[in-house]
Write a protein that binds this ligand. Structure first.
Ligand code: IMP
Length: 424
């Protein structure tokens, strides 16, 4: 069976915990998009990890991990993470790296600073945008290039020549040398050379054998390059719609699709956020939910649940089930608000406008539901949740017409409720 775990908001939905839980039974775990902009929090046997490149499968002996062709990989970041996980596990994770995955080069981070997209979009400043742009412009360096030192250096030199022409004043570009970039890549990438290969073929074969294959998404539907809140998005396909292409498989074979959403909404970086809460309530969510970025440490903006945005995500991700995370953070609120629709220019609208200006002008229309005060972090059975909490979950499931199979009531793996309502 193939299962995809997909973000339904602006990233940071808690996919790390869900993939870590599901990876226990997986034969193959595949990260399919993005790069070290993602930060998944995984708590494995009491030790907290912020993973950026390695899939959650790395925490289980015997599970193989794949970094798919749709990713952009920072070799130095990957190496650091790989070594940490190997130390924790007592053995090196089994990995396949897609030969067509693109590499984040030192000049990608420099370009992001020179061009100011870090400021304008509020990016994670990990060189993600420039790396994907090089891919589309057909001047990228790919994992397969690491297999031939001479060719690698030539390609880097060709790219540097262009960059020097375009940025004649930039000292940071002038000081780069193709030979030392190639050296650094090959030093950091040494354990990976033998595992660069046909990742799509590996995944296809595992699926054909009927193995348990888990696809781990990064970011969320609202950050999708094509269908997110453009231009305040990342540079890759973050949705189920993009998964098949990023991996190189047929989408129809992925029967189980788990849409992950927080019980409220958060966003990091710039861009409109109609249900954002400023003031005390927003601060309360931020503090109680420890809403600070795993990758950048930036405080996350917090707000009420936005069902308009979630319905948009559901159309892109086609979830068969939902996982709702951080329900416990809402405990103690007398009243909880949910946004069903927006008001734009005096009209009520039910879907996300494509224009960022119009999206910025949308005002949320809320419905209120009752809160609860009982400590739900100790609850393990759906029926033991307070009535109001179950009512709140029902509002979400009903609005998306998708059953909830899992509710997370705390960060550790045990703080989880399996509802028993799944696609079957
Ligand atoms: P980039 O992916 O670094 O180019 O950043 C583009 C936008 O996506 C910014 O608003 C980032 O904050 C956001 N972003 C990228 N990755 C993540 C993530 O894993 N979680 C949350 N936001 C992200």
């Amino acid at each position: 069976m193939a299962t995809a775990v997909l973000g339904m908001q602006w990233g940071d939905e808690g996919k790390g915990k869900i993939t870590h839980l599901l990876a226990e039974n997986a034969d193959l775990v595949v990260r399919f998009n993005g790069g070290p902009n993602a930060g998944h929090t995984v708590i494995d046997r009491g030790v907290k990890f912020g993973t950026h490149q390695m899939p959650a499968g790395a925490f289980y002996a015997g599970a193989r991990c794949v970094l798919a062709g749709g990713m952009v990989i920072d070799v130095a970041v990957l190496r650091e993470e790989y070594d940490k996980i190997a130390q924790h596990m007592g053995e090196e994770p089994e990995l396949v790296i897609a030969e067509n995955a693109h590499l984040i080069m030192p000049y990608h981070r420099i370009l992001e600073e020179l061009e100011g997209s870090g400021e304008a979009i509020g990016t994670t400043r990990r060189g993600i945008g420039p790396a994907y742009r090089d891919k589309a412009a057909r001047v990228g360096i790919r994992a397969v290039d690491l297999l031939d030192r001479e060719r690698l250096e030539e390609k880097i030199e060709a790219r540097l020549r262009l960059l020097r022409e375009n940025w004649p004043e930039a000292g940071a570009i002038a000081s780069l040398s193709a030979a030392s970039i190639a050296d650094d890549l090959l030093n950091a990438g040494q354990p990976f050379i033998s595992v660069i290969g046909d990742a799509a073929g590996t995944v296809q074969a595992a699926m054909a054998r009927g193995e348990e294959v888990l696809f781990e998404g990064a970011q969320g539907a609202l950050l999708d390059l094509d269908y997110g809140s453009y231009p305040y998005v990342t540079s890759s396909s973050t949705t189920f719609a993009g998964l098949a292409n990023s991996i190189g498989i047929g989408a129809l074979e992925v029967k189980r699709r788990i849409g992950v959403t927080k019980a409220y909404t958060t966003r990091v970086g710039a861009g409109s956020f109609p249900t954002e809460l400023s003031g005390k309530l927003g601060e309360r969510l931020q503090q109680a939910g420890a809403e600070f970025g795993v990758t950048t440490g930036r405080p996350r903006r917090c707000g009420w649940l936005d069902l308009v945005a979630l319905r948009h995500a559901a159309r892109l991700n086609a979830p068969t089930e939902l996982a709702i995370t951080k329900l416990d953070i809402l405990t103690g609120m007398k009243e909880i608000r949910v946004c069903h629709s927006y008001r734009l220019d005096g009209r009520e609208i039910m879907s996300l406008p494509a224009s960022s200006e119009e999206f910025g002008a949308c005002e949320p229309i809320y419905e209120s539901v009752a809160g609860w005060s009982e400590d739900i972090t100790v609850v393990r059975r759906y029926e033991d949740l307070p009535h109001a909490a179950r009512e709140y979950l029902a509002v979400i499931a009903h609005a998306l017409d998708v059953p909830i199979f899992l509710v997370s009531v705390g960060p550790s793996p045990e703080e989880t409720i399996l509802t028993g309502f799944d696609r079957d």
